[in-house]
Design a protein around this ligand. Sequence first.
Ligand code: FMN
Length: 99
Amino acid sequence: MRAGEEPTDFYSHSFDAGAAWAQMALQATVLGYHAHGMTGIEFDKARVELGLPGDIRLEAAVALGRRDAPERLPEGLREREVPSSRKDVAEIALAGNYR
Ligand SMILES: Cc1cc2nc3c(=O)[nH]c(=O)nc-3n(C[C@H](O)[C@H](O)[C@H](O)COP(=O)(O)O)c2cc1C
């Protein structure tokens, strides 16, 4: 946006944020960290904590850290540390139109 211009919504915002997150996750892995994307956060609280201006949309949060042994997790979280299943590609992608 140039100085003096009225701000407008960017239609591609979510697409751009997704691309940025993917690069962040890859770079974290390269550096020996792990990244965990989340939308199950308290958006209103996060806005206040971060002091976000009204024209900035908070899309998601990312936790960055190093992996540790699941045994060190509190009970209740430990048992969740198992590989999750993956849907077949045919279930999540289609060729052509929806109809
Ligand atoms: C749009 C979106 C929102 C997500 N939100 C959360 C979240 O709020 N909390 C969480 O623990 N994981 C969340 N996840 C899941 C993790 O970021 C991650 O994708 C998942 O743990 C992948 O694990 P897996 O590789 O074992 O399947 C979200 C994933 C997506 C795509």
